[in-house]
Design a protein around this ligand. Structure first.
Ligand code: S3P
Length: 171
């Protein structure tokens, strides 16, 4: 049987991309690469600092560069940041790199999972529900257009979601 292509996780903040990505990588004995983590390691600073100093546009440039590099790798599991699908170039690069999985979740679940978060600059405000709802309207069609598979993560734990993904990609 030919080896599986790269598995690439897209979806909004709090969908479980890092947790589920790590489980998939362990199950498949593959390397797990987290785009946000790699950006921070290269920059030597955390994401709030990058947003503060370089603005969201600066962060998006770093993100596009990192996505190009990670997409060149083979036999890996990649978790992207929630805004990775905003640029057409990123969507194309991700699709060409492997099987793209959209981890779908609801705004209510996002609010619960990101309640105490201090590391996501776009959520450091009082109207988080409105921010997330507006993001959903803009981004849900982009996640759908980019992905091969859509999996809900709001009704089951990460272990069940990862097993479901494996069943679907190994078919
Ligand atoms: C962002 C999501 C974050 C991170 C940055 C911007 C977004 O990643 O890339 O804060 O625009 O949705 P996670 O989806 O891993 O939280």
């Amino acid at each position: 049987m030919p080896a599986l292509p790269n598995l690439i996780l897209v979806g909004p903040m709090g969908a479980g991309k890092s947790t589920i990505g790590r489980l998939l990588a362990t199950d498949l004995s593959r390397e797990f690469l987290d785009s946000d983590h790699e950006i921070q390691a290269r920059c030597g600073a955390d994401i709030p600092w990058i947003f503060d100093v370089e603005g969201e546009a600066g962060f998006r440039d770093r993100e596009s560069q990192m996505i190009r590099e990670l997409a060149e790798r083979e036999q890996v599991v990649i978790a992207t940041g929630g805004g990775a699908v905003l640029r057409e170039e990123n969507r194309r690069v991700l699709r060409e790199s492997g099987t793209v999985i959209y981890l779908y979740t609801t705004v209510n679940q996002q609010l619960r999972r990101t309640a105490k978060d201090r590391n996501r600059p776009l959520l450091q405000r009082d109207d988080r529900r409105q921010v997330l709802e507006e993001m959903f309207v803009l981004r849900d069609p982009l996640y759908r257009a980019t992905s091969d598979i859509i999996v809900r993560t709001d009704r089951r734990g990460p272990r069940a979601v990862a097993s479901d993904i494996l069943r679907r990609v190994e078919r």
